[in-house]
Design a protein around this ligand. Structure first.
Ligand SMILES: Nc1ncnc2c1ncn2[C@@H]1O[C@H](COP(=O)(O)OP(=O)(O)OP(=O)(O)O)[C@@H](O)[C@H]1O
Ligand SMILES: [Mg+2]
Length: 294
């Protein structure tokens, strides 16, 4: 059973093509990260998935139904990138209000505990810090015990510690066989908290797989050293080298054969090499490579 299916989905705003022929299915029970730079089309895709925005073309299904139907049945919970909390209510009142809108909500204390809000229950919603508000939004998103939880950059205002605790809560929620889709810019989050990473850029899928597969797909390794003011001509002709980037006096060579590249670097050139480092492609390299080309 697919939790999510996008078939040939496009969305334009005037003459901006925000989502461009997206085809995507997510099996029920998976946790999927939607990774992409600013303006990639993450929020547009998420808003269409939630029925808040209509596709210009194509079709979206959530558990085999239209997004509107799935939302009406209480099967979907979401944390959006924007949105105000009701200011006059306390955290406890607000979360309880939301959970009562659903047919089979979670227990109130369970929600408050899961969202790490037990110390803040009496606080008014407009007296919260940015990170605390995010936790209340998370509580509201899980209140109805949705089968599909959709999170648009949920950790945006959180410090490192809150972020770690947030992902623990999210994983605990997902562990019961629920489906989670979250958008993020943070590669470590995608790597650590999802079992599948979909990278989008300019409204299209540019990579789709486990974090490990995406790293491997970015190919090879990098040889990095301080070049300083020396001329960089000829580096791209060294054995194994597939790409050369010079940034602020540091040369980064992508290579399929670091041994051969380094040997030739020392023997075949008269460059003075300092601070030589060899590294495997990490997710960040992969992400940059993927979102730069195409
Ligand atoms: N209401 C709108 N009117 C016009 N253009 C829009 C609107 N909303 C988004 N866009 C454009 O659509 C494209 C995709 O935007 P979207 O918000 O989906 O990106 P995103 O991946 O969520 O980015 P971010 O990481 O910054 O949140 C961008 O080029 C954006 O400028
Ligand atoms: Mg967005």
């Amino acid at each position: 059973m697919n939790a999510i299916a996008f078939t040939d989905v496009s969305r334009t705003y005037g003459d901006v093509l925000a989502v461009d022929g997206l085809n995507l299915t997510v099996e029920a029970g998976r946790t999927v990260a939607l990774l992409g730079p600013n303006g990639a089309g993450k929020s547009t895709s998420i808003n269409m998935l939630l029925g808040l925005l209509r596709p210009t073309r194509g079709r979206i299904e959530v558990f085999g139904r239209s997004p509107d139907e799935a939302v009406a049945r209480g099967e979907v919970g979401a944390m959006l990138q924007e949105g105000e909390l009701i200011p006059e209510l306390t955290v406890r009142e607000l979360v309880d209000f939301v959970r009562r809108l659903y047919p089979r909500p979670l227990d109130l204390d369970e929600i408050l505990k899961m969202a790490d809000l037990t110390d803040l229950v009496k606080r008014r919603a407009d007296k919260l810090s940015g990170g605390q508000s995010q936790r209340v939004r998370f509580a509201m998103a899980i209140a109805g015990a949705p089968k599909l939880l959709v999170l648009d950059e949920p950790t945006a205002a959180m410090d490192v510690e809150s972020r770690l605790r947030f992902w623990e809560s999210m994983r605990a929620y997902a562990a019961g066989g629920r489906t989670v889709l979250f958008a993020t810019h943070y590669l470590e989050e995608a790597d650590e908290s999802s079992d599948r990473v979909i990278v989008i850029a300019r409204g299209r899928v540019v990579a789709d797989g486990t974090a490990a597969q995406i790293k491997a797909g970015a190919g090879g390794q990098t040889v990095r050293f301080t070049l300083g003011g020396q001329a960089s001509a000829g580096l791209d002709a060294l054995p194994g080298v597939t790409a050369v980037e010079i940034l602020a006096g540091t040369a980064t060579l992508s290579t399929a054969d670091p041994d051969a590249t380094v040997a030739a670097l020392y023997r075949g050139t008269s460059l003075e090499i300092r601070d030589l480092r060899i590294a495997g492609a990490d997710l960040e390299d992969a992400f940059l490579a993927l979102t730069k080309e195409s």
